[in-house]
Ligand binder design. Structure first.
Ligand code: ATP
Length: 242
């Protein structure tokens, strides 16, 4: 059984179909990437999985259960967490308070404190900034905080929407190393949305290419990296520079 199973979903905004007949799976322990240009439907797909937008057709299963009509907070409780595009930390709360917010559905205080220590080990800069308002942190620190906050909910599947967006190349490398470590060392499965296709294909074992809300290509990352269409559309100069 796949951890996450997307079957023929459609998502519409008024009369515009943003995602059309999309199917794919994420297995336990995998990193899967969704790649595609602006407006391809990547964020909409993640938002549909999180329950933030509703599917008009098709089915989303997580751990075997149909979550297509489940409330977003209940979906979080099942271990499916999204780190939204643009980081969206609580700017007026401290770094530590942001992490505490990530554990809102938990009552196991000892384990919560332990998890927080682990996140500070993973991102030492967050420990240094723990009493600082999140809004005053750099973009890279806010991205680490957004990931850390999601980790406080002990995700089985972490969905990351454009984690590299707007960050300096060195910070991007750091974030990507952390994502790999989370997957390898802690067994967190990951669904990654990225415009930085080169990075995404290096990190993921498999990828799905979206165009106008439809799956146009999919397969093992090393195969897609050699695909002329992918090379031309996503691995050109601009991606090299990123
Ligand atoms: P980007 O990388 O630019 O965020 P994306 O692949 O994540 O692109 P989506 O944001 O999912 O793409 O958008 C898919 C389509 O749905 C686009 O045509 C977009 O204009 C449209 N869309 C997205 N959000 C809304 C909304 N809230 N209302 C109406 N249309 C929307």
């Amino acid at each position: 059984m796949a951890l996450l199973e997307i079957s023929a979903i459609n998502v519409d905004y008024d009369r515009v179909r943003a995602v059309s007949g999309l199917s794919f799976e994420v297995d336990e322990g995998e990193i899967v990437a969704l790649i595609g240009g602006n407006g391809a439907g990547k964020s909409t797909t993640l938002n549909a999985i999180s329950g933030l937008v509703r599917v008009q057709a098709g089915c989303i299963r997580f751990l075997g259960a149909d979550i297509s009509t489940t409330e977003p907070h209940r979906i979080v409780e099942t271990g499916l967490l999204q780190v939204p595009e643009g980081r969206r930390v609580f700017a007026a709360l401290t770094v530590e308070e942001n992490l505490d917010m990530g554990a809102f559905a938990r009552t196991d205080r000892v384990a919560i404190a332990q998890d927080k220590r682990q996140i500070f080990d993973l991102f030492p800069i967050l420990s240094e900034r723990r009493r600082q308002f999140a809004g005053t942190c750099s973009g890279g620190e806010q991205q680490m905080l957004a990931i850390g906050r999601a980790l406080m909910a002990r995700p089985k599947l972490l969905m990351l929407d454009e984690p590299s967006l707007g960050l300096a190349p060195m910070i991007v490398r750091n974030i990507f190393h952390t994502i790999r470590a989370l997957n390898r060392d802690r067994g967190v499965s990951i669904l990654l949305v990225e415009q930085n296709a080169r990075m995404a294909l290096k990190l993921a074992s498999r990828a799905i290419v979206l165009e106008h809300g439809k799956r146009v290509l999919s397969g093992p990352s090393n195969v897609l990296m050699q695909d002329p269409t992918v090379q031309q559309a996503f691995l050109g100069r601009s991606s090299l520079a990123a």
